[in-house]
Design a protein around this ligand. Sequence first.
Ligand SMILES: Cc1ncc(COP(=O)(O)O)c(C=O)c1O
Length: 440
Amino acid sequence: MDSKTMIDLCKKHTMYSWAKGNAVNPLPVARAEGIHFWTPDGKRFIDFNSQLMSVNAGHGHPKIKAAMKKQIDEMLFVFPGTATEPRAKLGAKLAEIAPGDINHFFFTLSGAESNENAIRAARIFTGRQKILSRYRSYHGATNLCMQLTGDPRRWYNEPGTPGIVRVMDPWPYDYSFGKTEEEITANNLQYLEEMIMYEGPQTIAAMIIETITGTNGILPPPAGYLVGLRALLDKYDILLICDEVMAGFGRTGKWFACEHGPIVPDLLCMAKGLTSSYAPLGAVGMRTKIAKHFQENVFWGGLTYNSHCLGLATALANIEVYEEEGLVENAARLQSVMTEEMQRLKDKHKTVKSFRNIGLFGMIDLQKDSEGTPMAGYNSTSECMGVLGDRFRELGLFTFVRWGSFMANPPLTITEAELREAFAIVDEALEVTHAYFEGE
Ligand SMILES: Cc1ncc(COP(=O)(O)O)c(C=O)c1O
């Protein structure tokens, strides 16, 4: 099918998420391999966002595709009350790679469903109802997950399910705080303890965090935050749920981002990189104390597609690829290359305000003056950011431009040479932002 027919039919008969149908300008995609994908007209793109920060093993990996084909031939669906080989193997494999005593898993189909079921487990386990979440977060688009979400996508989904209390993030939105990371952590945890006191600790089942904030800024927490948060929640028997739907599976240079703390959450939510998005699958990992509870008490939840054989076989082959090709190690190794490239861009372009990355999880923020005024404000865009997005597209680089920032999240299979090639394109594209700089 040619690009125009593809775009016209998709727009005519299908609905695009988070967008006005008439305003979307979908990129037509015909095939994908490794860190690249191609339009039907043969234009090549570097996938600098792993689609939705999720195709960690790169596109079209032959080993994963072969495992999927094999599973299709053997068996596809049996009901969730059965035992199957891919279920047996994936549970054991995840127990091996998940931190601490997270040895038991509930399978879902998505990140949102993982978070939904983690909250369900926390509420049943503790007998408490309230959940704490943070403002600079995204946890999924179901009713409950929209309320857990702090970012503006929540506004249009309110009012939603009750019982969610949102708290401030450790990082202030404006970085000009002039304090040490340790002080920022201490201030935030002191404020959080006060909130817990006002809310009544005995009413709070859990707090959910993105271990490393994703779409809302790619923000590794300040020094000591994860360990301090873990201790604070333990003090009040409040469970900690780490949403690692985006940050998990090697993205940050470790299997799971909580290992950077290091901490072991009570519930660990995953999806995306679990199958590199080759098939829909999510999972909730739980510590022994919670798993034991549900060995003796009913887990009041289920899904028709819980433990679907295709997703499980895909995840198993995907994890084998991570291990055989050292993808987690590659993300850790290329962290310094990404930082170096980002620093080079900052030194060269006056519009680059700040940047950060952990592993291959990165973001660059743009400014419109030397005071650091963002090129686009909170929840808005600007002509400059639109022009930059168009320029990326023209130059064959796919990434997400959000508000006054843009992302750098390539597949974990990327080589150093390919990473530098992608940054050379970013460098060229940034030239168009200079015209929007106000001042010298
Ligand atoms: C941190 C985080 N949690 C949850 C979700 C929701 O996952 P899904 O879209 O698979 O429901 C996302 C999706 O981007 C995410 O980034």
